[in-house]
Design a protein around this ligand. Structure first.
Ligand code: HEC
Ligand code: HEC
Ligand code: HEC
Ligand code: HEC
Ligand code: HEC
Length: 243
C-alpha cells in the first residue's frame, strides 16, 4: 500500500500536525472502563481458541518490522482489523454516538492485552498507560477546520435508500484494515466538494435544494419525505455544515 503522506501526494497543513485525537469520554464518560474491559474479555475468548491453534504469536522481532509512523505505540490496523477481524466499532466506540469518532479508550486495549501478548515490549507500553490511568496521546491524522460541522454519528447511523445501514467507515477512510500506519487515503478527503459529491447523491437532496413550492402529490414532494415519515435533512445548506 502506497503511503500517501510519505510520497508527498497529500499532507495536512502544518498547524494540524501533532495535535492528538480528542476522546469524547473526557467530556463526560459515555461508557465505563470496566464495562469496556469486560466486553474485551468476551471477544477475546471468542477467538482465543483460534489463536491457540495457529500458535503464531507475534514476537518482539516481528513487531519491530511493523511500520509505526509517528505514533507513540506501534499499533497496526492490519493486524487488528485485518488479520484478527476485530470490528471497527469494537474499538472506536464513540463513532456511532458522538460528533468525533475519537481514539479508543485504553480500557478497550487492556480488555484484550491483559491476556493477549502481555510480554511484547509494545504491549507493555500500552499496559503501562492502563496501570497509570494515562490516555495514549495518538497523533491525529484526519482533521477538518474548526468551522466545519461533521457529525460522525449521523453518518455511522444513517438510514436511507442509499445507505440503509449507515455509511461504511471504508467509504470515507478507505481500506484501513490493510494499513500498518493510518494515512489519509484520498487527496480530497474532508474538502467541501468531497462532502457535497456524496450529499448530492442522496435521495431528496436536489428536491430540497430547489426551494420552491411543488404541486400536491408530485414525486418531488414525495422524495422530500423519508420513508419513515420525516423531512429529509437539507444536505447542501450552508448551515448544515457550517456554524
Ligand atoms: C479484541 C482484542 C484486542 C483488542 C481490543 C486490542 N488488541 Fe492489540 N492485539 C490483539 C491481537 C490478537 C494481536 C496479535 C497477536 C498475535 O498475532 O500474536 C494484537 C497485537 C497488538 C500489538 C503488537 C502488534 C501490533 O499491532 O503492533 C500491539 C502493539 C497492540 N496489539 C496494541 C493494542 C492497542 C494499543 C489496543 C487498543 C487501542 C489494542 N491492541 C487492542 C488483540 C487485541
Ligand atoms: C483494536 C482497536 C482498533 C480497531 C479494531 C480499529 N481501530 Fe482505528 N484506531 C485505533 C487506534 C489505537 C488509533 C490511533 C492510532 C492510529 O492512528 O493508528 C486508530 C486510528 C484510526 C483512524 C485515524 C484517526 C486519525 O487520527 O485521523 C481511523 C480513520 C481509523 N482508526 C479507522 C478505523 C477503521 C475504519 C477500522 C475498521 C476497519 C478501525 N479503525 C479499527 C484502534 C482501532
Ligand atoms: C461520511 C464520511 C465518514 C465516515 C462514514 C466515517 N468517517 Fe471517520 N472521519 C471523517 C471525517 C471528515 C473526519 C475528520 C473529522 C474532524 O476533523 O472533525 C474523520 C475522523 C475520524 C477519526 C479521527 C478522530 C476524530 O473523530 O476526529 C477516526 C478515529 C475516525 N474518523 C474513525 C471512523 C470509523 C471507525 C468509522 C466507521 C465506524 C468512520 N470514521 C466513518 C469521515 C468519515
Ligand atoms: C459517502 C457519503 C457522505 C460523505 C462523504 C459525507 N456525508 Fe454527510 N451525510 C451523509 C449521509 C448518508 C447523511 C445522513 C442523511 C440522512 O439522514 O438521510 C449525512 C448527514 C450529514 C449531516 C447531518 C444533516 C442533518 O441535519 O441531519 C451533516 C452535518 C453532514 N452530513 C456533514 C458532512 C460533512 C461536513 C462532510 C464532509 C467533511 C460530509 N458530511 C461527508 C453522507 C455523506
Ligand atoms: C456538506 C457540507 C458542506 C456544505 C453543505 C457547505 N460547506 Fe463550506 N465547507 C465544507 C468543508 C468540509 C470545508 C473545509 C474544507 C475546504 O476548505 O474545502 C468548507 C469550507 C468552506 C469555506 C472556506 C473555504 C476556504 O478555502 O477556506 C467557505 C467560505 C465555505 N465553506 C462556504 C460555504 C457556503 C457559502 C455554503 C453554502 C452555499 C457551504 N459552504 C456549504 C463543507 C460544507
Amino acid at each position: 500500500m502506497m503511503n500517501l503522506k510519505k510520497a508527498g501526494a497529500y499532507s495536512l497543513p502544518a498547524k494540524m500536525k501533532h495535535t492528538t485525537i480528542s476522546n469524547p469520554a473526557s467530556k463526560g464518560a459515555l461508557i465505563s472502563g470496566k464495562w469496556a474491559a469486560l466486553m474485551g474479555l468476551a471477544l477475546f475468548l471468542m477467538f482465543a481458541a483460534c489463536a491457540a491453534q495457529a500458535q503464531n504469536a507475534l514476537k518482539d522481532e516481528d513487531v519491530a518490522k511493523i511500520e509505526g509512523g509517528d505514533q507513540p505505540i506501534k499499533f497496526s490496523h492490519r493486524i487488528h482489523a485485518g488479520v484478527n477481524q476485530i470490528p471497527c466499532q469494537y474499538c472506536h466506540i464513540y463513532a456511532r454516538r458522538s460528533w468525533v469518532a475519537g481514539a479508543p479508550p485504553v480500557s478497550v486495549c487492556a480488555g484484550c492485552h491483559q491476556t493477549v501478548n502481555p510480554d511484547l515490549a509494545e504491549v507493555k507500553k500500552v499496559m503501562k498507560h492502563w496501570e497509570e490511568k494515562k490516555p495514549i496521546e495518538w497523533v491525529r491524522i484526519h482533521d477538518t477546520p474548526d468551522f466545519v460541522r461533521f457529525p460522525h454519528w449521523k453518518h455511522v447511523t444513517a438510514s436511507n435508500e442509499v445507505f440503509p445501514n449507515g455509511v461504511p467507515c471504508q467509504k470515507c477512510h478507505g481500506p484501513i484494515e490493510t494499513l500498518d500506519v493510518v494515512t489519509v487515503q484520498e487527496k480530497d478527503f474532508g474538502r467541501m466538494g468531497w462532502c457535497m459529491k456524496c450529499h448530492l447523491t442522496l435521495p431528496g437532496t436536489m428536491e430540497r435544494k430547489r426551494a420552491f413550492p411543488v404541486a400536491e402529490g408530485s414525486p418531488r414532494t414525495a422524495n422530500d419525505m423519508h420513508p419513515k415519515g420525516y423531512h429529509r435533512p437539507l444536505m447542501t445548506d450552508c448551515l448544515t455544515c457550517h456554524k
